[in-house]
Structure formats: structure tokens, C-alpha cells
Write a protein that binds this ligand. Structure first.
Ligand code: PXL
Length: 275
């Protein structure tokens, strides 16, 4: 009996910037989840905040991890993917799902592609196209507003009105996932701040739309998306309700940002998880 939930974390390892595996493992472990890393790439730093970073893509190693893990009779309660190193790796994540996910496995795909209207430096249009197909396999996706636009092949927008937000959520759900959470979304004519825009397809064809608000904090920390989705997943694996998990994840990120600002920590190194 495996009482500790086990998640496969398909993310890169960045030396500096509390993002990807550094953040995912610490958050999920704290929430009581055994986190098995399938590293996608090794980088000296996060790619959104630093120039001149080193980048080693690990596709061949991923295939070896998969082949070995398949001999170990492992069961994963969740497969959670994030930053991928190439279009080939989008296909490899698909093979991982073939090999390790069954009907009881929670598949969470954070389609890490870009932010603030631009692709991240290592991302390509092939990866966008691949990701559009891969999310068909997901139960939950957590794009930011830029990634939502890229997946829908829409121009990137700084904000959405509520009608467009509902349309985008449903169109993303039509690509496969039953739960869509658009993070860091700004709504038009709304001074409140930023939102997580949520959609859930329930049984009997019912649909739920809701949003979680957060005061707007003018700061750009890498890894906040990874931390959001990690708290969300940890909470879901503790059998908490989606609305609770979503609010908890948003509150954790907001608290982390506020604490990092209070400590005057360098924002490009990510939020101060240690605090
Ligand atoms: O937070 C997503 C992410 C993960 N890993 C690397 C990144 C980013 C976003 O920029 O650069 C290396």
C-alpha cells in the first residue's frame, strides 16, 4: 500500500531562480507528496530573468528514465509536467502518459511557453503546436494569459473582458482538459488586481466558471506559476476540493511575493520559499 501520494514531476532543474524542480519538489514534499523528478533540462538560471544562461536538454536521459522506471512497477498518483526542453520532449511526455498514467492518475500539464506576450527564449512554434495536442491528455491545465493565447492561436492580450474570459476557458477545455485555470489574468475595467480564471466541466455536461482574485502586486518573480501549480496539485492529492486548492495556491503565491518584497530579496531569484 502506497499511502504517501506519488507524483512524477517532468520539469527542468534551474540552478538559480526558485522555479521548476527546485520549487516543485520542495512545495510538494512539504505537502506530503513523494515527488519523483524526470528532469527535462539543466540550466544555470531561469530563462525569463537572466541572459547568458547555460541550457542542456535531456531528451535522451528522459527516455532512459522512462525505460528504467517501466521495469520498476511504479504507480503514480499524478503526472505533472512543466518546462520542456524541445518539441521532441512534448512527444516524450505523451509516451510517459502512455506508460504511467491510467484512469486514476491525475494529469496536470502546465503548458510553460511564455509570459508577458512573448515566448520564453528556448521555446519554439513547434512546441506551441505540440502543446496544443498534449493538453488533450490533461485533467488540469494552468496556462498564464500569454500561454492561453498561444494555445488558442489568438493574439496575446494584456487583459480580457469577462465574456472573452469565459470563451477562452471553454475553448481551452474543448482541447481536452476538464479543468482549466488561467493564471495571472487581468480583467478589463477591473481595478481589483489579477485573477485565476477557472473552468470546470462536471458530470452531466454541467460547467462551472469562477474566479479567484488577488491584489495586483507590481513585481515579476520567476517560478510563481510552478509554485501555484505545485500547491494546487499537493492540495488536490490531499483530496481537497478544486476551489479550495485554487484559493490556497493563489494565497500561497501572494504571501510569498509579499514576504519577498518585505525581505527586499532579489526578485529575479524567485520568491523566498525558505521564509
Ligand atoms: O517557471 C517556468 C520556467 C521553468 N523553467 C525555466 C524557465 C521558466 C520560465 O521562464 O525559464 C528554465
Amino acid at each position: 500500500m502506497n499511502k504517501v501520494p506519488r507524483a512524477m514531476a517532468v520539469h527542468d532543474l534551474s540552478g538559480i531562480g526558485r522555479s521548476s524542480l527546485s520549487a516543485v519538489i520542495s512545495v510538494l514534499s512539504t505537502l506530503g507528496v513523494q515527488t519523483c523528478a524526470m528532469p527535462t533540462a539543466l540550466l544555470s538560471t531561469d530563462t525569463s530573468q537572466f541572459a547568458g544562461f547555460s541550457f542542456l536538454s535531456l531528451s535522451a536521459e528522459m527516455r532512459k528514465f522512462m525505460a528504467h522506471w517501466q521495469t520498476l512497477d511504479l504507480k503514480f498518483d499524478a503526472v505533472y509536467s512543466g518546462f520542456l526542453g524541445s518539441a521532441e520532449q512534448v512527444a516524450i511526455v505523451g509516451h510517459c502518459l502512455d506508460a504511467f498514467a491510467d484512469k486514476d492518475t491525475l494529469v496536470v500539464i502546465d503548458p510553460v511557453l511564455g509570459d508577458n506576450g512573448e515566448l520564453y527564449p528556448t521555446m519554439t512554434s513547434d512546441m506551441v503546436t505540440g502543446m496544443r495536442k498534449l493538453i488533450n491528455r490533461a485533467d488540469v491545465i494552468t496556462p498564464n494569459l500569454t500561454e492561453a493565447a498561444l494555445l488558442l492561436d489568438e493574439p496575446c492580450r494584456a487583459s480580457l473582458d469577462l465574456a472573452a474570459a469565459r470563451l477562452w476557458l471553454r475553448r481551452l477545455a474543448d482541447l481536452g482538459p476538464g479543468t482549466v485555470l488561467i493564471t495571472s489574468a487581468v480583467l478589463e475595467n477591473d481595478a481589483h488586481g489579477s485573477y485565476v480564471l477557472a473552468y470546470e466541466r462536471a458530470s452531466g455536461g454541467r460547467e462551472f466558471f469562477w474566479r479567484v482574485s488577488c491584489e495586483y502586486i507590481p513585481a515579476d518573480f520567476p517560478g510563481t506559476g510552478d509554485i501555484f501549480t505545485s500547491v494546487l496539485l499537493g492540495s488536490l492529492l490531499r483530496k481537497e476540493d478544486l476551489t479550495i486548492a485554487c484559493a490556497r495556491a493563489m494565497r500561497f503565491v501572494a504571501t510569498g511575493i509579499r514576504e519577498s518584497l518585505r525581505l527586499n530579496a532579489p526578485s529575479r531569484e524567485g520568491i523566498v520559499l525558505e521564509a
